[in-house]
Design a protein around this ligand. Structure first.
Ligand SMILES: C[S@@+](CC[C@H](N)C(=O)[O-])C[C@H]1O[C@@H](n2cnc3c(N)ncnc32)[C@H](O)[C@@H]1O
Length: 216
């Protein structure tokens, strides 16, 4: 799986972040620049990802390698992507390069913000974060992970959230096919209220919605 580096601007649009709460967890943060930028805005921001177990040089290499690899996936499925949000491939690359730089700088000066951990078990207390974000892990890899695999991570994200969990996108990697078992999965989320909400971002065609989870 790629350890990608989406930028603060991409997170802001994917999750329709009009205001920032006091605390935010980005879980599967990878090389994203969000946590560093949110912390710079005064948020108690934490990033979690199993990739943070890598040795520093290997993490740098893994994050840097994701840019050409992502471009390759986009080329392979070019008819499945739209460019109105980014404007051009060059601007998208610029966002990702800057975000990777921001991440790599921050992880070296503030390592306490980057926790090596993975779903479905996070080392945080119940209701620790006002907002929990999950970009491009759940649903994205639904071609590899089945319905039952998704259930425990969704419950874990809700456990560590005090207010809301937001997940983007709701389609699979590559061609952006819908997740075949999504309705069935949502129906199985007992004790959790869910809402699919439009966001001001689209890259995979039609992937302009996030899932918002709250406790029932
Ligand atoms: C495609 S990247 C997304 C990174 C970042 N959120 C972004 O939008 O650019 C997927 C990330 O999920 C992480 N990951 C893989 N398995 C995970 C798990 N079980 N729990 C949390 N993160 C996981 C990978 O290490 C990788 O960094």
């Amino acid at each position: 799986m790629l350890v990608t580096s989406r930028s603060y601007a991409e997170y802001e649009a994917m999750f329709d972040l009009t205001e920032l709460p006091e605390s935010i967890l980005d879980c599967c943060a990878g090389g994203a620049g969000f946590t560093a930028e949110a912390a710079a805005r005064g948020v108690d921001a934490i990033a979690a990802d199993p990739a943070y177990e890598l040795e520093p040089a290997e993490l740098v290499d893994t994050v840097r390698r994701s840019l050409p690899a992502t471009a390759g996936i986009v080329d392979e499925h070019s008819g499945s992507f739209v460019w109105h949000w980014y404007g051009s491939p060059e601007r998208k690359d610029q966002f990702r390069i800057e975000a990777a730089d921001t991440f790599l700088q921050d992880v070296s000066v503030a390592p306490e913000r980057y926790v090596a951990a993975g779903l479905p078990e996070l080392p945080f207390g119940d209701r620790r974060f006002e907002l929990v974000l999950c970009s491009h892990l759940l649903f994205t890899w639904a071609d590899k992970y089945d319905r039952d695999w998704h259930l425990a991570p969704l419950r874990e994200l809700i456990r560590v959230s005090n207010r809301e969990v937001r997940i983007f996108p709701l389609v699979m990697q590559g061609a952006g096919e819908p997740v075949p078992y999504l309705p069935e999965l949502l129906a199985a989320l007992d004790g959790i209220t869910w809402e699919v909400r439009k966001v001001p971002y689209e890259f995979q065609v039609g992937a302009n919605e996030m899932l918002v989870l709250t406790r029932s």
